[in-house]
Design a protein around this ligand. Structure first.
Ligand SMILES: Nc1ncnc2c1ncn2[C@@H]1O[C@H](COP(=O)(O)OP(=O)(O)OP(=O)(O)O)[C@@H](O)[C@H]1O
Ligand SMILES: [Mg+2]
Length: 190
């Protein structure tokens, strides 16, 4: 895929299909460690141990519309093709965790993509499920939490044009800020 955000959307849709009420997305970028790691955690139905073994095999799917599932296998191939690694762990009735790590400067590492638009798409497609998104850019942290926003605005759903516009701005500005803070810190260091 052309952007990592497309993988993220795809994997979080698995979580929603698994009836997750909360999806947590962690992105850790470290230039010093040359890594970009994406962690997606949910509290959905989980995957039985016997299916987990070969879950990244494209022929493993619970879809009835077609016989192959590609989301996990493509994400794994992308990470491993960039000198990184892929892990999936799951407990039935508890949830699932997917980790994909990339060598940040690997020539085949595609860009992350527009996270503000990605978060917006997730919020719009999540229904009642909540999202916590934490982005750590060289130890500068941006946090977005739909539970907190719903509580502050005293609303049940964020799926309103005004709120969605605000979310796009908030994420876009927040990510710009952690990038700038990091660059400033670099300039000021001796
Ligand atoms: N977070 C999850 N919770 C529970 N089951 C999951 C989760 N993620 C994946 N699965 C199971 O693993 C299977 C394979 O997932 P994968 O994303 O690779 O393919 P798919 O979702 O079936 O199809 P595609 O992603 O190509 O639309 C799914 O059909 C589903 O049964
Ligand atoms: Mg999928």
């Amino acid at each position: 895929m052309k952007e990592l955000s497309l993988h993220i959307l795809d994997i979080t849709q698995n979580s929603i299909r698994a009836q997750a009420k909360l999806v947590e997305l962690f992105i850790v970028e470290s230039t010093a460690n040359n890594e970009l790691t994406i962690i997606i955690k949910d509290n959905g139905c989980g995957i039985p141990a016997d299916r987990l073994e070969n879950i990244t095999d494209p022929f493993v799917t619970t879809r009835t519309t077609r016989k192959v599932g590609l989301g996990l296998s493509l994400f794994k191939a992308a990470a491993e093709g960039c000198g990184g690694y892929f892990e999936i762990s799951s407990t039935q009735g508890v949830g699932t965790k997917v980790v994909a790590s990339f060598k940040r400067d690997h020539i085949d590492r595609v860009p992350l993509g527009n996270m503000a638009d990605t978060i917006l798409t997730m919020v719009m497609s999540f229904g009642a499920a909540d999202l916590i998104y934490e982005h750590d850019y060289n130890n500068q942290l941006f946090v977005f939490n739909t539970q907190e926003i719903k509580a502050t605005l005293e609303v049940e759903s964020l799926n309103e044009p005004d709120i969605l516009n605000w979310i796009r701005e908030y994420v876009s500005e927040g990510l710009k800020e952690i990038q700038e803070m990091m660059e400033e810190a670099l300039w000021q260091s001796p």
